[in-house]
Design a protein around this ligand. Sequence first.
Ligand SMILES: O=C(O)CCC(=O)C(=O)O
Ligand SMILES: [Fe+2]
Length: 241
Amino acid sequence: MEERRSGFDVLEPFRITQAPPTVFYFPNFITESEEALLLQQVYTAPKPKWVHLSGRRLQNWGGLPHPRGMVAESLPDWLQKYALKISSFGLFDGKVANHVLVNEYCPGEGIMPHEDGPLYFPTVTTISLGSHTMLDFYHPVSKEQEGDSEQVTKPQTEEERHFLSLLVEPRSLLVLREDMYEKYLHGIKNVSSDVISEKVANIACCSAKPGETLNRETRVSLTIRHVPKVLKTTIILGRRK
Ligand SMILES: O=C(O)CCC(=O)C(=O)O
Ligand SMILES: [Fe+2]
């Protein structure tokens, strides 16, 4: 009997085996016209939707993740379409993604190395629009190095902890799970061009070539995730005793 192709089978050809578990990199996941439509939707969102941070601005869709639970808001159709498509790959344990963060980076902007934390199901999926970027991965600061007493080894610099990069081209889908989500930190340097070094683990799947220098344009990323803890949205009227 023929088995239905489902779940990760769709993503299997896009697994990056040169990186720790797990990275899927799917070039041209969307077409140029889908990219243009998505950019148009991002830029026609109401102005107050943008949150300005140092080094980037962002839009939050689906609700604000909170340790006690997210007050979920339904995603607009233009995002729900991709939330459904990506969730159909089985990435969120059968659930449908309910949260999208839109980040905009101008050339020279980035995001400090960080972890995405426990409020999300430990998988992040990212569609990139408008420009490539270079996503860098770092070993966490080891425990012995955190304290300031009896330090025998010199603390590692950020550059020493940087062990791998992924070139993320426009229209691609990037999926990070397991150690690549939970163990390592990720960040984007605030530079306006990137050199394709030997640290770029997915270069074989990219249109850029090793040694090339790529100038950044404005990039918009859609990070599509599942927030498992959602509050019931019953509105309780009346005063609390
Ligand atoms: O823009 C990206 O691809 C990364 C964004 C990110 O790391 C985040 O929003 O947590
Ligand atoms: Fe992140």
